[in-house]
Design a protein around this ligand. Structure first.
Ligand SMILES: Nc1ncnc2c1ncn2[C@@H]1O[C@H](COP(=O)(O)OP(=O)(O)OP(=O)(O)O)[C@@H](O)[C@H]1O
Ligand SMILES: [Mg+2]
Length: 497
């Protein structure tokens, strides 16, 4: 290039100062010119490359391909990158290889067709690319193995990519979903919401646009299940994609439903308890009122004329108030879910105690109370106050049932039932009950009596059920009704006495 004219000199300066290696090659593959950068890049001394075959810059294993390519290029020369998409390598003088990018420009010279090759060392770029590639591979492995579903859609909602979890969650094969509209997976009414999601990322940057949005997914079989979906924009050259991260909420929902149910059950029990409290406490409060009224009347009399001592009446009132206090205490313990105070008891004894207690009322109603306590085994583990309470409620109903007229008979009998169970029947000669009312009567505040609150049976039921027993009420074929409850026996029949 020693004879370069001034204009050529300018070009020569540009070529020499270029950070890109430039090599001029003839049709025969011989290097006719190269700049200093080429020598630096490939590790040659000044002028050493001139006249050599371009092959010295190409690794041996790529020379054949290179030669073929050069022939092809010479047949239809045009400015283009060399071997686009292929991994091109350069060979240094010391035998080491490095990745290069090569651009080719045909130059028509007097001596024939020349090719100007511009070579860029892309070692650094390659390194970052490889690293990125590795990161992507790691990321892909993580996403592929994820429990949560990841689905990538384009701007019109067409599924471009999904991980195996999506197929698993929605019951599809992976191939069935690629190219499908994502609305296949997200049924109404959330579809329209999803449409609006796609408008969010007008800034084009990755951001989560729908964290914690509870929506529903639709499986291939049409069934619907709760999901939690977060949507983020994926910045991609040319295309705007959205990634949806789908978390299956079915299990959590099931748990929540179960907890709700438990809460509801507890509320129901509390409601029943409140009713029970009102029911139970009414009696001693009414009695207290009556005793205080009596005391007032006595105080208006001259002390000598009083049939009873005021102190005595006030003492009765005090006892009733304390009874009310005990009931409240009892119910509070019950509401606190404290285990009832269960002890070994003979059920027949408890029935006798109740019969004694209630005999006054039976007589008052002009009725007869018969006991047929025939069960050969009657030991139970119960809270005796509660069981007596249940018995009183049932006998009380029987008394009220027979008060209407006709034969007034109440029979309490026991028998063994099922495996290791004892049944108590409270039979009356009242009007009986209607078949379709049987179950309803156990609900709180259900009753037909003007004075009753309709809680007697619901209290009895909660007591019997908390003793792992069953309770029912049925009409007798011969008229009247039988309330019955069954309790587990403390031990098997045959054992002990
Ligand atoms: N032995 C029975 N014969 C006929 N009907 C009955 C009998 N026992 C209960 N019932 C019916 O069941 C209803 C509910 O009984 P429950 O004991 O729960 O409430 P109540 O007796 O009406 O009021 P409370 O017991 O609160 O004073 C009664 O009102 C009555 O209609
Ligand atoms: Mg009752």
């Amino acid at each position: 290039m020693a004879h370069a004219r001034p204009a050529s000199l300018r070009y020569f300066t540009i070529v020499e100062s270029s950070p890109v290696a430039m090599v001029m090659v003839g049709g025969d593959g011989v290097i006719q010119f190269n700049n200093t950068e080429t020598e630096r890049m490939f590790g040659y001394r000044h002028g050493e490359l001139l006249g050599q075959s371009i092959d010295v810059l190409v690794p041996a294993h790529l020379r054949k391909r290179h030669a073929d390519f050069r022939k092809g290029f010479l047949r239809s020369p045009s400015k283009r990158p060399m071997g686009a998409g292929r991994d091109l390598m350069g060979l240094r003088r010391d035998g080491s290889e490095f990745p290069v990018e090569v651009g080719l420009t045909p130059i028509q010279a007097r001596a024939g067709l020349l090719v100007l090759a511009t070579i860029i060392d892309i070692t650094d770029r390659k390194k970052t690319e490889d690293e990125t590639q590795r990161h992507i591979a790691e990321l892909e492995a993580a996403v592929m193995g994820a429990v949560d579903g990841v689905v990538v859609i384009d701007e019109s909602g067409i599924i471009e990519w999904l991980n195996p979890a999506v197929g698993r969650l929605f019951g599809y094969e992976r191939d069935e979903l690629i190219g499908q509209d994502v609305r296949l997976l997200i049924p109404e009414p959330y579809q329209s919401e999803h449409d609006s999601l796609r408008d969010y990322d007008s800034a084009g940057e990755a951001k989560i646009v729908g964290i914690g949005r509870a929506v529903e997914g639709r499986r291939k079989d049409g069934s619907v299940f709760p999901i939690d979906m977060a949507v983020g924009a994926v910045p991609m050259a040319g295309k705007r994609l959205l990634a949806g991260f789908i978390h299956d909420l079915s299990e959590r929902r099931k748990l929540e439903t179960r907890l709700d149910q438990l809460r509801e059950d507890r509320l129901k029990v509390m409601g029943e308890m409140a009713a029970a409290l009102a029911h139970e406490i009414n009696q001693p409060l009414a009695a207290t009122g009556a005793y205080i009224g009596t005391a007032e009347r006595l105080l208006k009399m001259a002390p000598a004329q009083r049939p009873t001592k005021v102190e005595e009446v006030l003492d009765f009132a005090r006892q009733q108030v304390m009874q009310a206090g005990r009931i409240i205490q009892n119910v509070r313990e019950f509401a606190d879910r404290a285990e009832p105070n269960k002890t070994h008891e003979h059920l027949h004894e408890l029935i006798h105690e109740v019969a004694e207690f209630i005999l006054g009322k039976v007589k008052q109603a002009g009725a007869a109370l018969l006991l047929d306590l025939d069960a050969p085994e009657d030991r139970v583990i119960v809270d005796k106050i509660q069981i007596k309470q249940a018995l009183v409620n049932l006998v009380q109903n029987a008394i009220e049932a027979v008060s209407g007229g006709g034969v007034r008979e109440i029979r309490i009998s026991t028998r063994l039932a099922g495996s290791n169970e004892i049944t108590v029947d409270i039979e009356d000669t009242g009007p009986g009950i209607l078949e379709d009312m049987k179950a309803k009567l156990f609900e709180p505040f259900v009753g037909t009596k003007i004075k009753g609150m309709g809680v007697g049976l619901s209290i009895a039921r909660s007591i019997i059920e908390s003793h792992y027993g069953k309770i029912s009420i049925d009409a007798n074929p011969a008229g009247g009704a039988t309330a019955a409850f069954t309790l587990p026996l403390a031990e098997s029949w045959g054992q002990g006495s």
